[in-house]
Write a protein that binds this ligand. Structure first.
Ligand code: UD1
Length: 422
């Protein structure tokens, strides 16, 4: 099993290219199931989660080919010959549930295993199922699988989500494009990945209004066609690498970075003493006057501070001046990085969904273990700023969401390498 060794070595300088968004790509790929014509995605990230979705779509009978070293995905679902998404694939990745809505909408039946994914809380799929039921789906839970049927096809309905869910909004949005009549999604998620999905579906012929707001209205159409769509920039990868010069000093330009994707995050960086400047090619990040100040953070649905940047922000706060309070409001049990950061000398106390971080002068390198995707990258960020060597094990978590992490950080002067069986 691979490990990553990071040696803290001071300021970083240079450019880091930001990839297409994992989370956008994972919902755009199942959209191929809605149409018999090909869907081509450009700017796709090269990640193990994308491979898992590829395997899942292929198991259903879709054709998926990779061009340009995986940055272009050409998918065709003209002949789906299996409507069962098997536990062995679905358990690897929670986003697998996103094949349910499209398959059901197009062919009137689907069987999907209940998903697994990152160990960051219970993460049920009840909201996905309720939304599909509101569109006339008949659902049965049997032996760990959702059996869904809509014999006469789905019909438009009113879905009022009790809490904001990115995945449930995506599943419902895709399903509604082929439902008969009008569907209204209230309290819908407003994440950029939802907006990107709506843009792609519109290119395929869907009639959608209101994406990016609380209410999305979809007028169902008889069929969708093919399209070519570029995957939106990964705002979580962007935010993660913005933290590298914030933690280590120096100046790094994030190529393709857009401030509208990371607004709330930038406000916190500004308060912490980090400068973010828009350039012709992206965003340039450096410290304003050498010091990082503690700031408090509460995670919220977009446009609030993203839960997917909480662990990385905690790494920055470990050596900030003062005490910061980080409140996790989206997922329970999402502080698994805290004990690992404590092993590196951080002063962190966790009580329920709140972590209090008292800044220390310096972190010290230590062997640490990656526990989930965002936790693992927070340990790498911490290692960049620590004295000595940090060895991060179980880096397969990282491969799910960060392409070429070692190459990108080496490119800005970091001392980081990947080793096998150490
Ligand atoms: C997506 C992202 C994930 C991100 C999260 C929140 C993908 C592939 N993953 O996950 O990286 O951390 O949004 O921004 O895009 N919930 C229910 N019932 C449901 C669905 C969700 O109770 O049926 C709860 C969850 O447990 C959680 C909250 O709703 O507490 C929000 O989760 P949701 O927005 O659905 O996250 P995902 O779509 O799984």
């Amino acid at each position: 099993m691979d490990s990553i060794i990071v040696t803290g070595n001071g300021p970083l300088k240079g450019q880091i290219p930001i990839a297409g968004a994992k989370n956008a790509c994972l919902t755009l790929m199942p959209a191929t199931l809605l149409s018999e014509e090909p869907l081509t995605l450009t700017n796709a990230p090269r990640l193990s989660d994308i491979k898992t979705m590829t395997t899942l779509l292929q198991s259903l009978g879709a054709e998926v080919s990779q061009l340009q070293d995986g940055q272009v995905l050409v998918m065709s679902s003209h002949a789906l010959d299996n409507h069962v998404a098997d536990y062995d694939i679905v358990r690897k990745m929670r986003a697998s549930i996103l094949v349910l809505g499209p398959m059901l909408a197009r062919d009137g039946h689907a069987v999907v295993s209940l998903p697994g994914g990152c160990a960051i809380g219970a993460r049920p799929v009840d909201l996905h199922l309720k939304a599909l039921e509101a569109m006339g789906a008949e659902l049965e839970l049997k032996d760990g699988y959702v059996h869904a049927r809509a014999p006469g096809g789905l019909r438009g309905g009113m879905v009022d989500f009790p809490i904001v869910s990115v995945g449930a909004t995506e599943n419902a949005l895709m399903a509604a494009t082929l439902a008969k009549g009008t569907t209204v999604l209230k309290n819908a998620a407003r994440e950029p990945e939802i907006v990107d999905l709506a843009h792609c579906l519109r290119r395929m012929g869907a009639q959608i209004e209101g994406e990016g707001t609380h209410t999305i209205t979809i007028q169902g159409v008889d069929r969708l066609g093919g399209a070519t769509h570029p995957v939106v920039t990964d705002r979580i990868e962007l935010g993660t690498y913005m933290l590298a010069p914030a933690i280590c000093g120096g100046e790094v330009e994030l190529l393709g970075g857009r401030i509208d994707l990371v607004g709330a995050f930038c406000e916190k960086l500004d308060a912490a003493g980090i400068s973010v400047e828009e350039t012709a090619k992206g965003l340039k990040v450096s410290r304003k006057n050498g010091k990082v100040r503690a700031v408090d953070v509460v995670t919220e649905p977009f446009p609030g501070f993203p839960t997917d940047l909480q662990a990385q922000m905690m790494a920055l706060m470990c050596t900030a001046e003062g005490t910061s309070v980080l409140e996790e409001k989206i997922f329970e049990n999402r502080f698994m990085h805290a004990p690992e950061l404590i092993r590196m000398g951080a002063n962190i106390e966790v009580h329920g969904g709140t972590a209090t971080v008292k800044g220390v002068d310096r972190l010290k390198g230590a062997p640490v273990m990656a526990t989930d995707l965002r936790a693992s990258v927070s340990l790498i960020l911490a290692g960049l700023a620590a004295e000595g060597e940090t060895i991060v094990s179980r880096v397969y978590h990282l491969d799910r969401g960060y392409e070429h992490v070692v190459r990108k950080l080496v490119g800005v002067g970091a001392k980081i390498e990947r080793v096998s069986d150490r």
